[in-house]
Design a protein around this ligand. Structure first.
Ligand code: NAD
Length: 485
């Protein structure tokens, strides 16, 4: 299979005619050849996006534009199985996760922002003037222009559409650079865009790599008005540097080293269930996953043993099987990085409660990038394994003796994306929620998302908020109009 760029409504090869290989991480087999985009391809895509921005897209009424976004959502659902197979093959994520999370959310993103676009209000103020007659101020929302969307591999369709949908709802056109690990769903989405009648040039995809490739060229392009990026914090730094000369708007959703805090008064079974999900979902490759778990001392031993028992029982296997609970990591390179942390944890003095090694499966899965679900205890809070984002199926569990100590340890991180708090004491829950240095706090839950809420991180976990009207604010230029009466 060949995956090409999508520029101006057609699939095209790279100007350089370069290709790279896309691998299925469950088997190690090459599954497609992907066009390797460079600056010349980005140039073509931005030119097409500019033509569409000033042409057909701007001439559509808001209502018909938003109707098209609804049609895109329907188009994704109509090809649910194809999107599902593509996401499973590119990422190795289990069918049950992708079918419940990735694909439905891909469609839901378009519906949510079509609806938000319809309901978007504008501020207005009546102002005093020296002559006593006053003035009315109101706000117009205008497109930013061509928006560059750079997305990661862990939730490919979900995170791409999370940015494309609001950008289009606000009247922008987009050039998307999907992760080089997961090129397929962005190309399938291009087919849906064409099928439902999104004008050529509104949605463009340039495949390829980041540094010195399509990603960097997109960031540096003077006619790209904004970059919305999800990925690693250090990539955020590189993008900010490269974007500086052209002074673009930037929205960053970055890494995490998230804490789960479990109090002795929590509903034990629910806390175990929730923490099992928050540590091991998508093989630990969700930015919101918990890698640090703090458990109040009276239930510490029981919690560690129960969670380990559940982790050992997780069914590793072929991601295409409905019964599989954990698939491989995204690539052999990422598996080696995670195994490096497994070795480091032991060197740092961890007690390995379960897992800690590569997992070897049979048959065609024997070349897959599988590792065991892993739990550590006994590390100090300054250990690298407790401070650095690993992005694998692993957590460290630490006991605590007081609420103050739990807050202090949870907040002692360079990151601040989310936290999960498990307690039945509601006053304590609210008290802790206010003290957590993060963008999102879940009380007695995890990854429960309402797309109208602000989403983002503090510290090294991000800059800005997307979600609901916060997305509409990022993807629009707000113009104040002052009318003297
Ligand atoms: P990554 O930063 O390596 O890559 C993300 C994207 O950026 C890819 O498309 C890549 O090609 C591109 N890129 C890389 N270097 C670039 C450069 N110099 N210029 C332009 N583009 C460049 O991240 P990843 O490994 O794909 O994803 C995993 C990371 O994403 C983790 O750190 C995870 O926590 C984070 N993440 C955050 C959120 C969030 O909402 N905060 C969500 C998902 C993932």
């Amino acid at each position: 299979m060949f995956i090409r760029h999508f520029i101006d409504g057609v699939f095209v090869d790279s100007a350089s005619e370069g290709w790279f290989s896309n691998t299925n991480p469950a088997t190690g087999a090459a599954i497609s050849q992907v066009a390797r985009g460079e600056a010349a391809d980005v140039e073509r895509a931005v030119a097409a996006a500019r033509r569409a921005l000033h042409g057909p897209w701007s001439q559509m009424t808001l209502a018909s534009r938003l109707d098209l976004l609804e049609a895109v959502a329907d188009g994704i659902m109509a090809r649910f199985e194809e999107f599902l197979e593509a996401e499973i093959a590119d990422t190795g994520k289990p069918r049950r996760f992708a079918s419940q999370v990735d694909i439905p959310r891909g469609a839901a993103n378009f519906r949510a922002f079509a609806s938000l676009g319809r309901g978007a209000a504008s501020e207005s103020f009546l102002s005093d003037t020296p002559d006593g007659l006053g003035a009315i101020n109101y706000v117009l929302r205008e497109p930013l222009g061509v928006v560059g969307v750079i997305s990661p591999w862990n939730l490919p369709l979900l995170l791409l559409t999370w940015k494309v949908a609001p950008a289009l709802a606000c009247g922008n056109t987009v050039v998307v650079k999907p992760s080089e690990e997961t090129p397929t769903s962005a190309a399938l989405l291009a087919e849906v865009m064409n099928a439902v009648g999104v004008p050529p040039g509104v949605y463009n995809v340039v495949q390829g790599f980041g540094p010195n490739g399509a990603g960097e060229a997109l960031v540096r392009h003077a006619q790209v008005a904004a970059i919305t990026f999800t990925g690693e914090s250090r990539t955020g730094t590189a993008i900010m540097e490269a974007a500086a000369p052209s002074l673009k708007s930037l929205s960053f959703e970055l890494g995490g080293k998230n804490a789960a805090v479990v109090f002795a008064d929590a509903d034990f079974d629910k806390a175990i269930e929730g923490t099992l999900r928050s540590v091991f979902s998508n093989c630990g490759q969700v930015c919101l996953c918990s890698e640090r778990v703090y458990v109040e001392r009276p239930i510490f031993d029981r919690f560690v043993e129960t969670l380990a028992e559940r982790a050992r029982a997780l069914k590793l296997g072929d991601p295409r099987e409905q019964s599989t609970e954990m698939g491989p990591l995204i690539s052999a390179a990422h598996r080696d990085k995670v195994l490096g942390y497994f070795a480091l944890a032991e060197a740092e003095g961890a007690r390995v409660v379960c897992g800690g090694r590569a997992a070897t499966l049979d048959g065609e899965l024997s070349a897959g990038s599988f590792v065991e679900p892993t739990i550590w205890t006994g590390l100090g809070e300054q250990a690298r394994c407790v401070r650095e984002e690993i992005f694998g199926p692993v957590c460290h569990i630490q006991p605590f003796d007081s609420e103050e100590q739990a807050v202090q340890m949870a907040n002692d991180s360079d990151y601040g994306l989310c936290a999960a708090i498990w307690t039945q004491d509601l006053s304590r829950a609210h008290r802790l929620a206010a003290q957590m240095q993060v963008g999102i706090v879940w009380i007695n839950s995890w990854f429960l998302r309402d797309l109208r809420t602000p989403f983002g991180g503090v510290k090294r976990s991000g800059i800005g908020r997307e979600g609901g009207r916060h997305s509409l604010d990022f993807y629009a230029e707000l113009k104040n109009v002052c009318v003297k009466l």
